[in-house]
Design a protein around this ligand. Structure first.
Ligand code: IVH
Length: 667
């Protein structure tokens, strides 16, 4: 093997290992920059030397062209489905019957429980350890070749992680879209006026059953195996858990929350309780629990009936989608002043509880659904989250349109829609009660005024009693106001007042951020302070002037102008300043961030970012960047293949950091 060939193979193996750490183990070990650099190097090598390309190269995940049609594929081992059980009794009696047939006691059986992943079944074939093809379940006997899309899923290894690959292996499992990926996809679709998917299962199935692998590659699908079909190899498996352990060793993801237990009624009940609780916290949708007899010899002895095994059953969670009537729509004012429509429903039982409210997100969503009051609607409840309205099932006879109120239902200030945004907001600002408690919390938080002893609970108590109505009232608090509250003694009252006093000296950017102007976060506020340098200039800035500030767009600029034009806000700020809150005006950009002033740094080895860029970053922070290492060097950044300078730094005991740390801490 030539040295280039070896370098290429090492690169492929390295990227595949990083993918495994990221997509299978959820434990990334390299920075994005390092990863991207290696990937670019791989692509460059492959472009120059196409003869090097191996099938397991990560570049081979997305094929060049969409496919023309789906090829039919016959499954060598049928793909079965599972019998369903809807209660504890049904689940238990399924295994009682199985135990009877085996002439055993249900309690003597080892059962294995796995989350029932809500996606679509796939069979993935490996020949001598290399990905060969993947097929959908179809009717269980014949499916469709969807290799082009399955190969894009990075938790599907292109090469099995073993030196002794089986001649043939058919891995069976579920393709699904994690909840976060589903939300992201639908948000994007909404922005692009595209088609939204109803749930993650439809999104996963829709993605796999389309022709273009580029689309599949963008959608963050995952794969988790739950068994095997055809297998020609050396391993002898005794139990289902042996098979899962083998698949995990080959490089596949593990299903979370799998348990082995003895099949008593109590154990089933306990397992269901655990899984019900685990469900809401899982990153993917699950629609039940699959129980399997662990011992393979017993599975074989029981065999199949119709299309499902007699050794496994799916205990389904209660229905999550039901139809009910939309009685009214109320508007709730959130912590940032956004008005959110909330559907009031004729109460229905869904997902194990009775619900009478559902979220509607915003007015665009109402329009998209074509929703009116009086309609019969389908709602969906997933985990513990508030139910969502999925669609109009039938239009009501006497339907009434849903209208956004012109005035805030809490403070009666005008409601406005910011151009280009879906949200409508109350313009009441700091004087709207719905927004006030959150404003106070934001103002006092560690990131902003850092009033250490004024926590969320105390703020809610003080706000609830009407003692603090706006952030200015913080400064008129008296020891008696606090000491009176439940659980607060004189000592803690004094601590609160002391922490208010010591928080009064702040920075201009911090104070602007603390005001909680919509869309203006910590960084935006700092940028404004650096640009205008003093408070009067900020309060008087025009829209055009604000747009000159780097990173300030039109929405933020308008929010700032509106905020300072509001008399009530200016009065609150005047009171705060009168109470003694103060800051030093900004000097300008440079003085601000010189955290490395007086230090000498050395860059060595190959970096994934341009060297002069890294140098400029260090210099901006006040460091001098030198070409040679000495006792006086403050820190050495060691890139790839660093040589003599690194060795010298080591021998002199100079501080050394790797590139990933440098990028993370200073970039
Ligand atoms: S075992 C012999 N385990 O549920 C049948 N299936 O309703 C082997 N599913 O088609 C299936 N999670 O797509 C099994 N942990 C799991 C599962 C699971 C989801 C799906 C699978 C199957 C369907 C049956």
């Amino acid at each position: 093997m030539t040295s280039m060939h070896k370098h290429y193979n090492d690169l492929v193996a390295k990227i595949n290992q990083w993918d495994h750490e990221y997509y299978v183990l959820d434990n990334p070990t390299v920075s994005d920059a390092q990863y991207d650099q290696a990937f670019r190097e791989l692509l460059a090598m492959e472009a120059g030397h196409p003869e090097l390309i191996t099938p397991e190269s990560p570049s081979q995940r997305v094929g060049a062209k969409p496919i023309d049609e789906f090829q039919k594929i016959e499954h060598s081992v049928k793909m079965l489905s599972l019998a369903n059980a809807f209660s504890l009794e049904e689940t238990y009696s399924f295994f009682e019957k199985a135990a009877k047939e085996l002439d055993r006691n249900p309690e003597s059986l080892t059962l294995f429980s796995e989350p029932k992943l809500d996606g679509l079944a796939i069979s993935i074939h490996y020949d001598h350890g290399l990905f060969s093809y993947a097929a959908t379940r179809g009717d269980g006997e014949v499916g469709e070749d969807v290799s082009h899309n399955i190969k894009t899923i990075r938790s599907v290894p292109l090469k099995l992680a073993t030196d002794k690959p089986p001649g043939k292996l058919d891995v069976r499992g579920e393709i699904f879209m994690p909840k976060a990926a589903f939300e992201k996809l639908n948000q994007l679709a909404q922005q692009n006026d595209g088609k939204r998917f109803v749930n993650p299962r439809n999104a996963a199935a829709g993605t796999i059953r389309q022709m273009n692998p580029k689309i599949a590659a963008e959608r963050d699908l995952q794969f988790i195996p739950y068994g095997i079909g055809e297998y020609h190899g050396e391993c002898v498996f005794k139990t289902h858990s042996d098979i899962l352990a083998y698949l995990s060793a080959l490089g596949f993801r593990k299903n979370p929350h799998c348990y082995a237990f003895a099949g008593s009624l109590e154990a089933f009940a306990e397992n269901y309780r655990i899984m019900e609780q685990a469900r809401a916290k899982l990153p993917m949708e699950i629609d039940g629990i699959v129980y399997k007899i662990d011992e393979l010899a017993l599975q074989t002895a029981l065999g199949f009936i119709a299309r499902s095994p007699k050794w496994a059953v799916a205990r389904k969670f209660p229905a999550q989608q039901v139809t009910t009537q939309l009685l009214a729509v109320d508007f709730q004012v959130g912590r940032t002043g956004v008005l959110t429509p909330v559907a009031r429903l004729a109460p229905v039982f869904v997902g194990g509880v009775t619900v009478s409210n559902a979220t509607l997100h915003n007015m665009d969503e109402i329009e998209r659904l074509g929703l009116c009051i009086g309609d019969s609607i389908e709602i969906h409840r997933a985990g513990d989250v508030i139910p969502k309205v999925v669609r109009v099932a039938a239009q009501g006879e006497d339907r009434k349109p849903i209208v956004m109120p012109g005035r805030c239902p809490v403070c009666a200030a005008a409601v406005e829609r910011t151009a280009g945004q879906a949200a409508f907001r109350c313009t009441g600002g700091l004087s709207c009660a719905a927004q006030a408690a959150e404003h106070i919390r934001h103002y006092a938080s560690r990131k902003f005024m850092n009033i250490t002893h004024l926590g969320t609970k105390l703020i809610e108590l003080l706000y609830g009693k009407g003692i603090i109505k706006t952030i200015a009232d913080i400064y008129t608090l008296k020891p008696g106001d606090i000491a009176e509250l439940e659980g607060c003694g004189e000592k803690s009252a004094q601590n609160v007042l002391d922490s208010i006093e010591s928080s009064k000296t702040t920075k201009l950017g911090t104070f602007i951020g603390a005001l909680g102007i919509p869309e203006v976060g910590e960084e935006g506020a700092k940028a404004i302070a650096r640009h205008f340098k003093n408070y009067p200039a900020i309060a008087a800035a025009s829209l055009d002037e604000l747009m000159q500030v780097p990173d300030i767009g039109p929405v933020m600029a308008k929010n700032i102008v509106d905020f300072f034009h509001d008399e009530k806000n200016r009065a609150i700020i005047a009171k705060i300043i009168a109470a003694g809150v103060s800051w030093q005006d900004e000097q300008g950009d440079a003085a601000q961030e010189q955290v490395l002033a007086g230090q000498t740094w050395v860059l060595t080895g190959t970096l994934s970012v341009p060297r002069n860029e890294a140098k400029a970053v260090l210099e901006r922070l006040g460091a001098k960047v030198s070409g040679s290492v000495s006792k006086k060097t403050s820190c050495v950044v060691a890139g790839r293949d660093a040589g003599s300078k690194l060795a010298k730094a080591e021998s002199l005991g100079v501080k050394i950091i790797d590139e990933a740390t440098f990028l993370q801490d200073f970039y």
